[in-house]
Design a protein around this ligand. Sequence first.
Ligand SMILES: [Zn+2]
Length: 252
Amino acid sequence: MDEEKKSCPICGGTFWIETENGVKRCECYREFLLNKRFEFAEIPSAFKNKSLDAYRPLNDYLGRALQISRKFVEEFKNGNTDRGLLFTGNIGVGKTHLATAILNELIKSGYRGYFLNFIHLIEKIKQSYGGNQPHFSEPKVFEKIKKSHIVVIDELGAATPSEFVFNKMYDIINYCFSEGISMIFTTNYPLRKEKSQKKLTNEKLDSVAYISKSNAHFLEERISERLVSRILGKCKEVVIKGEDYRKKKGVY
Ligand SMILES: [Zn+2]
């Protein structure tokens, strides 16, 4: 279809066409809805056309990550929309490519998805609450999350929010998991294995103090043990190791 032309030559932009048996939807209506969903998703332009088919796995980790991503999409379309993924790995290994490729594919299949960069999410929460005002306005971002089937949060832990913002974010993520909204996270920060694999009891979680260390290396140190534990309760961790990782290995 000619993209320059705004209204459809078949229906003239009304989305309806007349037939012998009455009116029916024009073919262009599907495309209109698809474009609406893509507008809603706010995927950065560099990732708008990413697909799983175009992903070239350069090593076994990437091959496995691609396989898991494909399986995730397939199961999502089969109704298993309640779970998520956490991609961990160094910068440049293709985590955001995979996350947005999954999102693109699900949007094309009719689901509503929403892409959020972690730092932007923090900013949006801060703006909405405007300090510790007594009457909060719910973040607009939350309204969009509520309407989504799947939410991608890119670069989890890229900043260490204040405790107030952190708690709001915890509420948002908790809401998603409680309401069956799927979430995909990417992070450049590794999990502290020995801790994350142990299941923390609620009592222990409450006792974990909020930590904010902007120079911390592990994800738990950056966004708290409590939040990581909540995420791992619903999301499968997908470790991606690439070239950069191998070069740095042994440094930490
Ligand atoms: Zn039309």
